[in-house]
Ligand binder design. Structure first.
Ligand code: SF4
Length: 227
């Protein structure tokens, strides 16, 4: 598999935010989101076998715990990723898979918690979510919308209601997009949409979703990678 980095940090997103987590960041993505902060994953990386990755996860977190497979788009390496996920589950790690849902998810083991990032219009990658993947979502999965404008918010609100997401999954997350070149201040001034504005829209509409902030960008300099 092609791997950009493996590191241990605190989980910054989802309902697992704040927990220690090993991140396995795979190389390559077939989308080009306007605000992507992971462009360094598009190329490069190094080849590793599933066994080498599992060994590195064990070294970083010998007593089990949370592991997130992310990217890039990890499902582009599905053929090798599926056995790796089974191996990590057998070793009793709690496994998160961060994906855009553009690739089919039906072969992902049920025990894996899918964090599906449905792209909003202003990402530049609208309509890439594979709608059939809704059927693969279970009560422990989460759906995330990264929102940069009112148009994005209205899309996320409509999608959430139309597909009854709050009944299907553990959590629906509305997250303000972050400026991709953010550096320095560890505060919401780098958000493309003011979290207060998003919060007020959500409250006004009584949307069955939770506001999500990228915790790691409030702890470390937003420009720092591998945290
Ligand atoms: S799917 Fe993720 S990694 Fe790919 S371009 Fe969008 S934000 Fe970046």
């Amino acid at each position: 598999m092609q791997v950009t980095e493996i590191y241990k940090s605190l989980q910054g997103e989802s309902t697992h935010a704040g927990l220690p987590c090993v991140f396995v960041r795979l190389t390559g993505c077939n989308l080009r989101c306007a605000w992507c902060d992971s462009e360094y994953t598009f190329q490069g990386g190094r080849k590793m076998t599933a066994e080498e990755i599992a060994a590195e996860v064990k070294r970083l977190s010998p007593n089990g715990g949370l592991v997130e497979i992310t990217g890039g788009e990890p499902m582009l390496q599905e053929r090798e990723l599926l056995p790796l996920m089974r191996q990590l589950l057998e070793a009793e790690y709690q496994l998160l898979l961060e994906t855009s849902g553009e690739r089919p998810l039906e072969r992902v083991p049920e025990a894996v918690i899918k964090i599906v990032d449905v792209k909003c219009p202003n990402s530049g990658e609208a309509d890439t979510f594979h709608l059939e993947n809704l059927e693969t979502l279970t009560a422990h999965d989460e759906v995330k919308f990264v929102i940069s404008t009112r148009t994005d918010y209205e899309f996320a609100r409509a999608f959430t209601r139309q597909h009854n997401l709050s009944e299907r999954v553990h959590a629906v997350l509305f997250s303000p997009a972050f400026r991709k070149d953010a550096t320095g201040a560890r505060d919401s001034s780098h958000c493309l949409l003011d979290p207060q504005e998003l919060a007020e829209w959500m409250l006004a509409d009584d949307v069955p979703a939770r506001l999500g902030l990228q915790l790691h960008k409030f702890i470390w300099d937003p420009a720092v990678k591998g945290v």
